[in-house]
Design a protein around this ligand. Structure first.
Ligand code: NAD
Ligand code: AKB
Length: 380
């Protein structure tokens, strides 16, 4: 795989977009026309590639490792922040730019024929709730920009672009704690009334994906000739031993593990009995690749998860591995309210059936086998 690092200076970008004080990049106008853009305009064949946006984030980290080992197709990485060197080395080319900027994306599409997109770039739920306007621009408008360009390419080549989209349990909105208890594991079509801007954005993008795949320009096409092939997993909270999360609301779970491994006290902002579904990052990556590779699918959107412990059960299992581990419960009512609106568990039966995924794993086993050995090495 050729490593050709490039930061073409497409845009100025904020140093850390995942903060409530994020600076909005100023629009610098159209990009200079390069040789590649001219060639694409003349209809010259472009090299086929996989595009991964939000490449420098937690999921990007896992997916780039897995894809670079399993696929011969070059990976093009895109993020608003520079991608760390070790990750960039696994990619054919790295672009730094803002997903809100259609020019940044069209420069990539002009150079490559993108066959598959993993569109990870987003502001997560807590960051999004602190700046809902920006969340809408990045999460919805950014996704729309990318879908529009993929649709143009799909129409021009006659080959639909596979668009892999990570949605979230945030699309659900349970109206009360009582209803959450009664509902148990929710199906894909239940309780779709999110209370966060992030959840609203995710649900909107699911509908955009369905539109571009099944109904695009139906007055002209009658709904046929789909320019994109949208496929989506609704991830639960993800737990990675390699990276600690920030900006999300399910973060309290993985942050307990990272605190324990560092010998620190964890501060948990939800009550001990707060419950959400979670999944090991490596399992989420494997599920995402299974979704991308599936020959046939019964539906476009699937729940995935492996276990659904309460915050207290997470702490208890971690204490079994780290006997000195301590958690201080300092409840943040607003963030706890977001968690209360998300389901206690999700029904994973359709993903099991269509994608052959395991229907669940024991949290204690995942902790002992897949998480603790890695964080012990990482933090000593
Ligand atoms: P992350 O915050 O670690 O990574 C997001 C990446 O997107 C970052 O590298 C960030 O720099 C980039 N980004 C943000 N704004 C951008 C912009 N304007 N232009 C270009 N890049 C931008 O998040 P993650 O955990 O890797 O999540 C990846 C995807 O998975 C997201 O869409 C998220 O909603 C979804 N998801 C994650 C979880 C989880 O628990 N991690 C759960 C459900 C869904
Ligand atoms: C968040 O908490 O925002 C994410 C998610 C569950 O989508 N981790």
């Amino acid at each position: 795989m050729v490593f050709e690092r490039r930061h073409p200076g497409l845009r100025s970008y904020p140093a850390n977009v995942n903060t409530p004080t994020v600076q909005q990049p100023t629009h610098t106008g159209p990009q200079p026309i390069t040789g590649e853009l001219e060639a694409a305009r003349r209809g010259a064949p472009r090299r086929q590639a996989i595009l991964l946006t939000g490449a420098g984030g937690e999921v990007g980290h896992g997916l780039i490792h897995a894809l670079s080992e399993s696929s011969e197709t070059p990976i093009i990485a895109f993020d608003v922040r520079p991608v760390e060197e070790g990750l960039a080395r696994r990619c054919h080319e790295v672009f730094t730019g803002d997903i809100r900027d259609p020019f940044a994306l069209s420069a990539i599409m002009a150079k490559y024929e993108i066959t598959e997109v993993y569109h990870l770039a987003a502001l997560l739920s807590s960051t999004g709730e602190r700046n809902p306007d920006l969340a809408h621009e990045v999460n919805t408008q950014g996704t729309m920009n990318l879908m529009r360009l993929c649709a143009q390419q799909g129409q021009a080549t006659g080959r639909p672009v596979k668009f892999i989209y990570p949605s979230s349990i945030a699309v659900y909105g349970l109206p009360s704690e009582d209803e959450k208890r009664k509902a148990g594991a929710v199906r894909e079509d239940q309780y779709l009334t999110p209370i966060t801007m992030y959840g609203v954005n995710k649900l909107c993008c699911e509908h955009l994906g369905r539109y571009y795949s099944d109904h695009y320009r139906l007055l002209e096409t009658g709904g046929g000739g789909a320019p994109i092939d949208f496929r989506c997993l609704r991830y639960p909270g993800l737990i990675s031993p390699h990276t600690a999360p920030s900006g999300g609301t399910s973060d309290y779970g993985p942050l307990m593990l990272h605190a324990a491994a560092k010998g620190e006290e964890a501060v948990c902002f939800v009550q001990e009995d707060a419950r959400l579904p979670f999944m090991l990052m490596a399992d989420a990556v494997a599920a995402t690749l299974a979704l991308a590779q599936a020959e046939t699918l019964g539906q476009r959107i699937y729940n995935v998860a492996s276990f659904a412990p309460s915050a207290g059960e997470i702490a208890e299992a971690i204490t079994a591995e780290y006997p000195n581990f301590r958690v201080r419960y300092e409840i943040n009512p607003s963030r706890a309210g977001i968690v209360a609106s998300w389901p206690a568990d999700v029904d994973r039966s359709t993903a099991s059936r269509d994608l052959g995924l395991p229907s669940g794993r024991a949290f204690e086993g995942v902790l002992a086998e897949d998480l603790v050995p890695i964080v012990r090495k990482m933090y000593g």
